[in-house]
Design a binder for this molecule. Structure first.
Ligand code: MN
Length: 735
């Protein structure tokens, strides 16, 4: 084994010394000795191993332990587990070794962290599910994982670009929302900013510069805002501190995206925070409202912009009073009013609160907090479902986790119904199912279950499987069992199927002519109508799509799926899947050759756009714009299928692109717009739609264009026209 140099050993000791200075005041000698032992063990286990950055590996666990102590306020068990968190995965030591040396608790946490380690999982979605389930096991696991992720984000620089995008995407997708839900505001903001920095470096830097640019003016505004307020508070004898907060770069960016506004239009970049040192004997809430009253005497509040999170704290424990007021220079300023205690919770979650309370009660209090999180996750009528809600939609894209009344966990495919769940547990339960209590509420058998639901199946002895159930059940298991329950003769299937087809057609006002039935048999690849009837009768064919099949539409919708091809140096050994070198960016070329890529329809990238590739199983690559929401989903769920992509020269092909513009209506504006387009050689117009109302016009331009530069040129030319207010590119082309 290769050992470290003297300089590297000094570096390790410096980091560890830094951790010690953080934890020394917090813990007894006994506990510190255990930390020391863990450090020595981990240090020996990772000896000679380096990170991608070239630093000794052990620096990473030390840094994670520091975050766990300093930012999360966790105790020595967690600090020890942090130091050991990569030992089982990356070294020859086993979980048993850790248990023998550091006890059961530590080894359980390390085990949880090892299982959560995403690097070896191809399907991140599965990891995410585990993450959520881990939450109810021991929240410390997820908190340490959060610290682990934060440090990995801080050191992302040394990773190759395709890894950076993957890790940043995952961070935005799961870890930042989770940090938010756990009330870890500071960590959440840092994670988001770092993720944006790697995902959209240009936009990140642009906002950063704009913030710096306005600093002087901002400082002036803050001073002008605070002075009269401070004076009044002093007169009223209120002990508080007033500070200013900048919205994080990510939050600014997100707002610009969501509301389609420019940097200058984000009015709440600046927030003023008033933190009150509460007087004893009067409730904190009361004191916060007193300050609100003084504030709104001086500055006019924006109607509907007072939020009271003190009376009704958020699920993550956040308490605060928010109000937006008209400040100097006619600028809206958001003001947050809270007590010192509320501030600690807001910044660092409940954990911090208990940390600052100090004394030996720490670990006990921490356990109480953990218990509360567990309860939130388990009790059916709190915000727990809202909590899961946010995640399940995205995270459980392919699977949901459902609980039995006894708390047993079942994994089902997405969109599973009560009936699916009944058959999942037992055939009899399925056959006799009449509905369920989902989270204590009565639901029909067709009710679509969500992750986290607790389901109690209700049965009746009189119930029998129905053919309609095949429309309700979506799991293979349930469908097979339903079909088996039907040991009907062929003629019955046929008759039933005939009735079903006719009923369905009648609903759509379609007469079941020979022609209609022919269209259907052809669509399902059957030879005659009897086959169609019996297949329908047996439930093998569902009639959801019948309208589309029968009425073949002849709209001239241009839904072109651009199939282009790219070339790369031919390898002597062509193997099909897995041939793509993900370390190098893919060169997108115009000339067709050996392999193919396509441009995603959801975001319609054109040459010159910032793009990434998503590799399908057959080595086909779908090219998305980097900021396409769909691509973001891929990044987090199938990060290992990503590839960076670069355009080469594109000259021949044109791409359909849509621009939406609006402005003030005036005579001749339509002409001027079309004139601009016709003057630019590289652009061809397909359709222009204009609409005016109340002196405002809105227009959609459908144009064929070669690349993003030409598009940019067009936009800047259009922007020069008088009356134009806004021009934006429509990603998902609508017609
Ligand atoms: Mn790690």
């Amino acid at each position: 084994m290769q050992h470290f140099t003297k300089a590297e050993i000094r570096q390790i000791n410096d980091y560890y010394e830094d951790l010690l200075s953080e934890i020394r005041p917090r813990f007894s000698k006994d506990k510190l000795d255990r930390v020391q032992k863990a450090f020595e063990f981990a240090n020996a286990a990772h000896d000679g191993v380096k990170r991608k950055s070239g630093e000794p590996y052990i620096i990473h666990p030390i840094a994670v332990a520091k975050i766990v102590s300093h930012d999360l306020g966790l105790g020595t068990t967690s600090i020890i587990a942090s130091l050991l968190h990569d030992v089982v995965e990356d070294t020859e030591y086993s979980l048993e070794d850790i248990e023998n040396m550091f006890g059961r608790k530590v080894s359980e946490i390390v085990d949880g962290l090892t299982k959560l380690s995403g690097d070896h999982n191809t399907k991140q979605a599965l990891t995410f599910r585990k993450v959520l389930l881990t939450l109810s096991e021991d929240v410390r696991i997820i908190l340490i994982k959060m610290a682990d992720r934060l440090h990995n984000m801080r050191t992302l620089e040394s990773m190759p670009p395709h890894k950076q995008i993957k890790v940043a995407g995952e961070t935005l997708y799961i870890y930042a929302p989770l940090a938010h839900r756990l009330g870890l505001h500071t960590i959440k903001s840092e994670l988001e900013d770092l993720a944006l920095k790697y995902k959209n470096p240009e936009e990140y830097n642009r906002i950063l510069y704009q913030l710096q640019d306005q600093e002087a003016n901002r400082n002036y505004l803050i001073k002008a805002f605070i002075e009269p307020l401070e004076e009044r508070l002093k007169i009223e004898n209120i002990d508080c501190s007033i500070s200013s907060r900048l919205k994080s770069i990510y939050s600014i960016w997100e707002k610009m995206q969501k509301k389609g506004v420019s940097f200058d239009e984000v009015y709440d970049i600046l927030a003023i925070r008033i933190i009150v040192k509460p007087k004893p004997g009067i409730s904190e809430k009361r004191q916060c409202f007193d300050i609100l009253s003084i504030l709104t005497d001086i500055y006019k509040p924006k109607p509907d912009r007072i939020r009271d999170w003190i009376t009704m704290p958020k699920a993550n424990g956040y308490e605060s009073l928010h109000v937006t007021v008209m400040g100097p220079q006619g600028r809206w300023v958001e003001v947050q009013i809270r007590s010192e205690r509320m501030e600690r919770i807001a910044e660092h979650g409940f954990a911090a609160h208990y940390k600052y309370k100090g004394h030996d009660s720490q670990e006990k209090e921490m356990d109480k907090w953990l218990e509360m999180i567990r309860e939130i996750l388990q009790s059916p009528d709190t915000d727990a479902y809202e909590f899961l809600d946010e995640f399940k939609l995205n995270l459980f894209a392919s699977e949901i986790a459902v609980f039995s009344p006894k708390g047993e966990l079942f994994n089902l495919p997405k969109d599973s119904t009560v009936l699916d769940f009944a058959f999942e547990i037992h055939t009899d339960l399925g056959n006799k199912c009449i509905g369920a209590k989902v989270n204590q509420k009565l639901r029909p058998i067709s009710y679509v279950l969500n992750s986290g639901d607790q389901v109690e199946i209700l049965t009746s002895e009189k119930q029998k499987p129905q053919i309609e159930w095949l429309k309700i059940a979506s799991t293979a298991k349930a469908r097979n069992k339903i079909k088996n329950a039907f040991k009907m003769e062929k003629s019955r299937h046929l008759q039933l199927g005939k009735e079903m087809v006719e009923a369905e057609l009648k609903k759509l006002n379609i007469i079941p002519t020979t022609n209609t039935l022919k269209k259907m048999t052809a669509h399902y690849n059957l030879s005659n109508k009897d086959q169609l009837y019996s297949q329908v009768g047996m439930g093998f064919i569902e009639l959801n799509d019948i309208e589309n099949i029968v009425k073949i539409k002849s709209e001239n919708r241009i839904t072109r799926y651009w199939k282009l091809t790219f070339s790369r140096k031919k390898k002597t050994d062509e193997k099909g899947a897995g041939n793509i070198d993900k370390k190098k960016p893919f060169l997108l070329r115009e000339e067709p050759e050996s392999e193919t890529y396509s441009l995603a329809k959801c975001c319609n990238p054109i040459p010159g756009d910032d793009v990434i590739g998503y590799i399908l199983a057959n080595d086909q690559i779908i090219i998305h714009k980097k900021d396409c929401p769909k691509a973001e989903k891929f990044i987090s769920s199938h990060g290992d299928r990503l590839i960076t992509a670069k355009w080469t020269n594109f000259k021949k092909l044109s791409y359909l692109t849509q621009l939406r513009l609006n402005g003030f209506d005036r005579v001749g504006i339509v002409n001027e717009v079309t004139n601009v387009i016709s003057k630019l050689h590289n652009i061809n117009m397909r359709t222009v739609k204009f609409d005016t109302h109340d002196g405002i016009f809105e227009g959609d331009l459908y144009i064929y264009i070669h690349n993003a530069q030409d598009l940019q040129k067009l936009i800047s030319e259009l922007n020069k026209l008088k009356g134009i207010n806004k021009i934006e590119r429509v990603e998902h082309i609508s017609e």
